[in-house]
Design a protein around this ligand. Sequence first.
Ligand code: GTR
Length: 326
Amino acid sequence: MKATLVLGSMAALSTSMLSTTAQADTWRGWNIHPPGYPNTIALESFAKEVKEATDGRVSPKVYNNSILGDQTDAIEQVRNGALDFANFNMGPMGPIVPATNVVSLPFIFKNIDHMHRVMDGEVGQRFAEAMAEKNLVALSWFDSGARSFYNTKHAIRTPDDVKGLKLRVMNNDLYVQMADALGGNATPMSYSEVFQSLKTGVIDGAENNYPSYESSNHFEVAGYFSLTQHLIIPECLCISKRSWNALSESDQQAVREAAEHASTLQREEWTKRSEASREKVLAAGVSINEVDDKAAFQDRMTPIYERFVEQNPALADWVEAIQNTP
Ligand code: GTR
């Protein structure tokens, strides 16, 4: 009798353990940034909120510093369900979801608030639909400031100052065209390789926002930061369609809300970190210069816009929609 009871309760225990194991879905999340970075803080808060709101049915874990692969690989992995979620920059998204290339046109956004108005409106919705066709569920948009050139040689004030510089760009042909248009030599390269490449002179410079320039330590080896602000690229919080489809409707709602909260948090943290990073690199002796004649840089981009619209006629109205967003 006693033995039966014990066996019975052991069976019940193992069934409940089994069902918990079967139900708890451990999500793996890709993150390019280190601990403490605004995006990392937001992803960690997303993970915590999802776990709580789904009563542990979904248990996300964030892997920092691109230990799960570089950004282009990670996009593929989220697409095919090998990874469950990630924060991606929309730059390397362009070769996979061509419609999103619109945000990689240099100077397409007037400023960061303009980018937010566009991404939080109908155009952002259209991007999400185009990404969904490629198995990426974009749930919210993060800030990534404005990207400027930095290099080891000299300050950039006019397009001619870019001439001959070997510049790392993200993986997207539009950035190669952008550097070419300024007379530079572009090398697409993974983010994690940039520091060493700057140090050894494989490249002379790169381009990024203050927080990435600082957190990657690129400022230690490339001491001229010139405020060209040529790209304002939003970022997404994306879920693999496979992981998304495995959720009940109410868990999907919980994940969606957590992603929206993460975006609000990321934007607040972004503003703080941008200023803190600027102060840190200045204190370290970096030379930061304003670029008075941005129009001179912008003018060089005209052929890129023309070619883009010619090669992607269906995207012409997207470009216009952004330009016409007040
Ligand atoms: C950062 C961005 C990363 C990555 C990186 C890069 O600003 O947050 O996702 O795209 O730039 O330059 O590769």
